[in-house]
Ligand binder design. Structure first.
Ligand SMILES: Nc1ncnc2c1ncn2[C@@H]1O[C@H](COP(=O)(O)OP(=O)(O)O)[C@@H](O)[C@H]1O
Ligand SMILES: [Mg+2]
Length: 307
């Protein structure tokens, strides 16, 4: 826990996901001597010519605590670049906590901390002098409940992150329009919203709102996208659209998706990891996890005996 900057924020408890996401996009932190986590990648010029690509994420002996409560216990896990990995397991087993460690949101909860390491390719995201804002730019997050910024238009929802980070990337202001369009196209939403960009984001349907949140996330060109039960508030058709989108997105991003829906894991994930009581029980190719798991607890869970 040493060296991990922390900040207490009462708003976190009231509206954890929205508050944290707004911070992610509208961060008030301006670290002075921070190491840009994504500095190794070339982003010169128009980013259309340099599409981002996913990076591998490796967790080693990761532990996460809420005060004295030990929520994640010694997890080691490799997320391969440009693959979709599903995190499954019964409610309360630590799926959300684990993914929130990967973009350093866990430590935002008062008293919460982690030990162990998380590498993004060769960079330790918990390393000293690492810019937390840069971590959250490189590792974007989509939540269970679509959370567009409520007062903003469709356009501004996507542009929000860009306006704050554009200068750091050397991007020009006039590029924002192009990048908003590209992000909305990337999220499969452009055709549905191109004539109503100035209308409020919260006026969209639930499925559209979730794709808007995905557009907002990809607008800042992350390398990794974390999705915490992104379809659980959506109807089956909207779910299908998001699942199709995930399949497209993995060509450019590394994706970690938490889901309690095993059919969804089977449909979208290359790799599936099963957790129980804060521990990683088993990880492997999705098909094997569902057909020939090596641990009897995995078998019990995937066959519906508990959870
Ligand atoms: N803000 C919090 N403060 C204290 N304990 C928490 C908090 N959030 C989650 N926990 C606890 O951490 C454990 C893992 O929770 P969580 O990561 O939300 O599980 P899952 O996403 O798999 O349902 C649970 O025991 C839960 O009660
Ligand atoms: Mg959860």
């Amino acid at each position: 826990m040493n060296g991990i900057p922390r900040r207490s924020d009462q708003g976190e408890e009231a509206l954890p996901e929205t508050a944290a996401a707004e911070r992610q996009q509208n961060s008030p932190w301006t670290p002075s001597s921070a190491t840009p986590i994504a500095a190794t990648r070339s982003r010169a010029g128009d980013s259309r010519e340099a599409p981002s690509q996913g990076r591998a994420v490796v967790l080693a002996d990761l532990n996460a605590y809420y005060g004295k409560a030990h929520a994640i216990k010694g997890v080691g896990l490799d997320y391969a670049a440009n693959q979709v990995t599903a995190m499954i397991g019964p409610s309360g087993c630590g799926k959300s906590t684990l993914v929130r460690c990967i973009n350093r949101m866990h430590e935002e909860i008062p008293g919460a901390y982690t030990t162990g390491s998380i590498m993004l390719d060769d960079q330790d995201i918990y390393g000293e002098n690492v810019d937390v804002v840069a971590v959250r730019r490189a590792v974007g997050m989509v939540f269970q409940k679509p959370n567009p910024f409520p007062t903003m238009s469709i356009f501004d929802n996507v542009a929000a992150g860009l306006r704050l980070t554009g200068g750091r990337r050397g991007g020009k202001r006039e590029n924002i329009k192009d990048r908003v369009e590209r992000s909305l196209r990337g999220a499969g939403l452009w055709e549905e919203v191109k004539d109503r960009l100035s209308e409020p984001g919260i006026g969209l349907s639930g499925g559209q709102q979730q794709r808007l949140c995905i557009a907002r996330t990809i607008a800042v060109e992350p390398e990794v996208i974390l999705m915490d039960e992104p379809c659980s508030a959506l109807d089956p058709i909207a779910t299908l659209k998001v699942e199709e989108l995930i399949d497209e997105l993995k060509t450019r991003y590394t994706i970690v998706i938490v889901t309690h829906n095993m059919q969804q894991a089977a449909r979208v994930a290359d790799t599936t990891a099963f957790m129980l009581a804060g521990e990683l029980v088993e990880v492997g190719p999705t098909e094997r996890i569902f057909t020939k798991p090596s641990d009897s607890r995995t078998e019990d869970y995937v066959s519906g005996k508990f959870g």
